[in-house]
Design a protein around this ligand. Sequence first.
Ligand code: GAP
Length: 513
Amino acid sequence: MANQDDQFKKVISHAKEYGYVFQSSEIYDGLSAVYDYAQNGVELKKNIRDYWWKAMVQMHENIVGIDAAIFMHPTTWKASGHIDAFNDPLIDNKDSKKRYRADVLIEDYCAKIENKIDKEVAKAAKRFGDDFNKEEFLSTNGRVVGYKEKIDNILARMGKSLENEDLADVKALIDELEIADPLTGSKNWTEVKQFNLMFGTKIGASADTAMDLYLRPETAQGIFVNFLNVQKSGRMKIPFGIAQTGKAFRNEIVARQFIFRMREFEQMEMQFFVKPGTQKEWYEQWKETRLKWHLSLGMGEENYRFHDHDKLAHYADAAADIEFKFPFGFKELEGIHSRTDFDLSQHEKFSGKKLQYFDHEENKSYVPYVVETSIGLDRMFLAVFSNSLVEEELENNTTRTVLKLPAVLAPVKAAILPLVKKDGLPEVARKIVEDLKWDFNVVYDEKDAVGRRYRRQDANGTPFCITVDHDTLEDNMVTIRHRDTMEQTRVKIEDLRNIIKQEVDVRTWLMKM
Ligand code: GAP
């Protein structure tokens, strides 16, 4: 656990030191669970968004994008169920006065049991060596099976109580498990209460005419209310999808995991409208497609897993998360939900407008079913950033910190370095920058010895360093150094563009899907 914490702390401090993520309004001591993206962070975030947009919108003839407003008519949220049911169960500790999500306290308790299982597995793997069969061990070892049963029972009971709005039983479970305040150890808890996560605001100038509004807690509803406009103006035929990326806001209570859980964050969502009855096939297909998208970035197949939901939201007939191994364990990165016709039907009911599709093949109208893919951009940022940050032992007994970002996502693609600040080398380097900047985000760096500049660019995640030396003046060739292998080769200046393009091009990466 300490190691996980250390690794996570390193991620957060590296993100600050190298201009990726800053605490919002830091000079005023920050704002909890709100973050700003800095000069490198904004590029990485944009590249992730573009990578998603290319794969989801531009590579699909039947998916189009929109950019709906953050403010929406307040009835939207009545129809969607967010006013009545977008709640978290909260509990206060009477001694520490700290507030927690009751379900998270219980889940954290289960995560501790999960850690015990991991320890048993690690011990057994050491004992049995190459003969160790993890699957068999997990299903036969008495202690591990006991732990697993305990977790299953706790989560099943919590799920049922939450579903039945039986908050007294959630409190009883916390008492029975003797869960203590993680900060103080106190077990002096209040009752569990529901708390709505939407931020309210007002539109309009005068107090009597002002209208209560909400900052959208998901981008999806902007797609649902525009379904018919897009379908008609784009002459879209079912099955088709509408995608969008944009800000969403949630008054999260447990907000202590950096950009994993934020109060202002960005989503990348796609609603795929299908014929009723075909939703299961599409759901399976989108699960597979989305996992392939993740795997195309080469961040290790072992770092992803599906978590199929047992407890479904009232509007869903199937749901799964793609979980990623963050520094603090496997957690939800993306959700894939089969949302039936719930949202469109609700908007029909509340708006009094028909939101139906006329199917020429079937010669009838119906409310389409929806399969949704929904990923948090900031969470994806954290997945990429934390997975890429490594400390490497080098042959000469030194270490280097390197941010092995997938080259397609790296903020800066190449750093151009004159070996020395004289003899006409800076001029040649500047000329290379002037040429390459039309195609890539590149930087010029002449400060410090070249070895230190390499290390700086490694830690910054820059895939290529291009060094101009005295020979360059004679032969028009430069040394190109690859971040991950540290391999250096001599290439012609005129070939640089193609060499870099080959490695950073979206096509090269998405082709792996
Ligand atoms: N439209 C469906 C929807 O919003 P969700 O599971 O609540 O579903 C989808 O959110 C994704 O948005 C999550 O998988 C996660 O990546 C991201 N997300 C949700 N809440 C977040 C938060 N507070 N901070 C950062 N990302 C968040």
